[in-house]
Ligand binder design. Sequence first.
Ligand SMILES: NC(=O)C1=CN([C@@H]2O[C@H](COP(=O)(O)OP(=O)(O)OC[C@H]3O[C@@H](n4cnc5c(N)ncnc54)[C@H](OP(=O)(O)O)[C@@H]3O)[C@@H](O)[C@H]2O)C=CC1
Ligand SMILES: O=C(O)C1=NCCCC1
Length: 343
Amino acid sequence: MSALSDHAGACTLSFDALASLLEQIFLRHGTSSEVARTLAENCAAAERDGAHSHGVFRIPGYVSTLKSGWVDGQAVPVVEDVASGFLRVDACNGFAQPALAAARPLLIEKARSAGIAVLAIRNSHHFAALWPDVEPFAYEGLVALSVVNSMTCVVPHGADRPLFGTNPIAFAAPRADGEPIVFDLATSAIAHGDVQIAAGKGELLPPGMGVDSLGQPTRDPKAILEGGALLPFGGHKGSALSMMVELLAAALTGGNFSFEFDWSNHPGAKTPWTGQLLIVIDPSKAAGQSFAERSQELVRQMHGVGLRRLPGDRRHRERSKSNERGITLDEQTIAQLRALAGQ
Ligand SMILES: NC(=O)C1=CN([C@@H]2O[C@H](COP(=O)(O)OP(=O)(O)OC[C@H]3O[C@@H](n4cnc5c(N)ncnc54)[C@H](OP(=O)(O)O)[C@@H]3O)[C@@H](O)[C@H]2O)C=CC1
Ligand SMILES: O=C(O)C1=NCCCC1
């Protein structure tokens, strides 16, 4: 692995160099080579696309979680073919991405033959952005929707104490001309990772993101992290979506609700032990004109009414920039990653 360049206060790496560095970190902390490669590519892709709340910022959390013994980095997922349109995966206390990778070929086969297929992952840990899980299906001409629940830190609308996780929803659909349409959003007003990043930088949050330990609105990220909580986005509407995520990602998969795990015997563990649901649809089974042509028409109409930015546009801009110029990490971050890799 070699960096493209080390320069004053920063280091610029290619995607492959960053992924190799991260792979070394995972291997050094006890994962199998397959798990190391899958997680490294996932995390490097987030950094490449400017999804910083789930890029290399997460590496110390992965490491402390593996070191605590909370997650099994050697787990081999078990795929169960339970019905024509339904797959279950027992991640066996491993990370969710290797579980998805193990089931992916059969999931695609089922979606193409039945028109729709569901993947329910349990006994898993999802510590990452959700778009890398759905976007590849759209490159295959399929529509994909995924939900995952996380740890209790969000107050349901109208309640006075936290119960839900930040519970993201990601969606991907192909279009005829251009990158797939992809969105990926936490159902909280802000992702927990962004609150941690703001706390680290000593920055205030925008209003309306969370409350302190007394339930009073606050813009102080530390007050949210230390006894406070987040709010759902969009009041009762985001709250309803977050409730749906709990039902689909936990009740339907056999994973834990966001409030159901106890990591007190695993100091340093950071990932919740929850579940993930994916629904994959083959749009070639739908009636009428090609789906990809229809989605292209929708995008054309949105641009026609003045829309400048689609969800995913910023990521793809960042991706192009990173592919052209490399991925830049500050001095402190690269030193931390190299130390974790034993370099
Ligand atoms: N594993 C887990 O348990 C959890 C993971 N997460 C992850 O955290 C990440 C961040 O989530 P969140 O903070 O809610 O994401 P953002 O609010 O930053 O973005 C949400 C979506 O909206 C798009 N978007 C943002 N601003 C605009 C705009 N002005 N116009 C059009 N589209 C826009 C984004 O596209 P673009 O990306 O191009 O900016 C993205 O698809 C996600 O990847 C999520 O999966 C969150 C909670 C829990
Ligand atoms: O940013 C978040 O919110 C989360 N990300 C990873 C897992 C827990 C919640």
